[in-house]
Design a protein around this ligand. Structure first.
Ligand code: ADP
Length: 437
């Protein structure tokens, strides 16, 4: 090669090298870098559409594949987001408290109801179940559900702080393993807390009510049976004894009748089986009728009863039959518990703002302060024996309260122990339809 050809050759080689580099850069390196970036974005869960600038033909298929995979991932991502949204919507609309734990019993998800039910100020997510709830029974149920894949049901009671101390909440708790494939060991567990506090307290009330009813029935029945045996054992021949036995049996029979009547009234009003019949009427007429019916008792107790019913407090809508029962129970109690000969009952009816107040004030023994909040409860008595002996069923004031509430009204008592009581019934002058049932 001649000396003049050397620069030409070198120039040619240089051009070839530059051309080769440009070809390598644009044809191989740059598409490879684009592919690497695209895969890197996918790895970072960035599923936005990938745009490749005019890829060389031997990369086109790979780039198309990346685009297809990106689109599939986009679709999957949307689907997961939709499902997540539905799951969150379902969980937040539930009244039951729900949580999901992983296999190590670490809480992964909770719904709003759970946070509210347990008044959780710190998020329970990522904390262990035992740390949040401090109940070994729950931990054991989760152990079993996660190990055996069998659903568990337990009952738990939790003490919660309230304004004036502590309150107990009762829960029925369902624990179930969550496994993606049937028969596989659960990967997580679902816990559902169902608040059964109200049901429990209703159950307790029902039990207490039944116990009270049986007790109230047993006493007069035992007396009747006792006197029957005495009569059969020969007391029939003793006329005085026989008359005394029969009178006692009659009194206790009447007591059973009263008890059954009162129980039926309570159950009808509480079950709302009996629709109250609201009609415009004159409260004074009802009051005078009650005084007239109780005239024998008034005479027997040598009591004085005054009725003072203002003109504008007379006319309202009410169920005359039931309100008569209310007034009769209140006057009956005043006569029953007051001292004979000195007893004075004042019945007043006044129109107030939007309601009529009918008060029964007596100068009887009054009611101890501790008992006053309870006397409208069923079977609550200040002096059990005194009430029973005087023919009380223990249901009178609870009937008064139920009837008045069904009228949309309210009841109240003011009493100074040893210095008389005033029972007041407040009835609305305008009746709301909802209060009519
Ligand atoms: P009872 O059938 O025992 O009278 P109530 O429900 O009518 O049942 O009354 C509950 C309790 O309230 C009575 O046992 C009695 O101790 C008390 N009580 C009710 N009215 C009066 C009153 N006017 N004076 C004093 N105590 C009363």
């Amino acid at each position: 090669m001649s000396a003049e050809a050397v620069p030409w050759v070198l120039g040619g080689v240089g051009c070839l090298a530059l051309g080769g580099w440009l070809f390598f850069y644009y044809g191989v390196l740059s598409p490879l870098l684009s592919l690497r970036d695209a895969l890197g974005r996918l790895a970072q869960k960035d599923f936005r559409s990938q745009i490749f600038q005019r890829p060389p033909f031997f990369f086109r298929q790979s780039m198309r594949d990346v685009r297809t995979v990106t689109e599939m991932l986009q679709q999957l991502d949307r689907q997961i987001a939709d499902e997540g949204f539905s799951l969150r919507a379902i969980l937040s609309s539930m009244v039951e408290g729900v949580l999901i734990t992983d296999r190590s019993q670490r809480i992964r998800l909770v719904n709003d109801a759970l946070v509210q039910l347990f008044d959780l100020s710190v998020s329970p997510v990522n904390r262990s179940v035992i740390e949040v709830f401090r109940k070994h029974e729950l931990q054991k149920a989760l152990d079993t559900a996660l190990e055996t894949n069998e659903a568990q049901r337990i009952e738990l009671a939790f003490e919660t702080a309230v304004a004036d101390g502590y309150d107990t909440k009762h829960f029925e708790v369902h624990v179930a393993g969550l496994n993606p494939k049937a028969h596989a060991r659960p990967m997580a567990a679902l816990v559902v807390f169902h608040d059964v506090t109200k049901v429990k307290s209703l159950e307790a009330m029902r039990r207490e009510f039944l116990a009270n009813v049986s007790h109230e029935f047993r006493t007069p029945l035992a007396i009747i049976n006792g006197y029957l045996e005495t009569l059969l054992d020969g007391a029939l021949d003793d006329r005085e004894m026989a008359v005394h036995s029969l009178q006692t049996m009659q009194r206790n029979g009447q007591r059973l009748n009263l008890l059954i009547d009162d129980l039926l009234t309570v159950s009808r009003i509480e079950a709302k089986a009996e629709m109250l019949e609201f009609r415009p009427g004159d409260l004074r007429d009802v009051l005078l009728r009650v005084v007239e019916h109780l005239e024998p008792n008034i005479r027997e107790r040598d009591a004085r009863v005054d009725v003072d019913c203002e003109m504008d407090a007379r006319e309202i809508e009410f169920d005359a039959h039931r309100i008569e029962q209310v007034f009769s129970n209140l006057l009956g109690n005043a006569l029953r518990y007051g001292d004979p000969h000195t007893l004075h009952v004042r019945i007043t009816a006044r129109r107030l703002d939007g309601e009529v107040r009918v008060s029964f004030s007596d100068n009887g023994p009054g009611i101890p302060y501790d008992d006053q909040p309870h006397i409208f409860e069923r079977f609550y008595r200040v002096h059990k024996d005194r009430s029973r002996h005087a023919g009380g069923t223990g249901l009178g004031l609870s009937i008064v309260k139920s009837v008045v509430l069904a009228h949309g009204g309210r009841v109240g008592v003011e009493s100074t122990p040893g210095n008389g009581s005033t029972f007041s019934v407040f009835l609305p002058t305008e009746r709301e339809e909802s209060g009519a049932a």
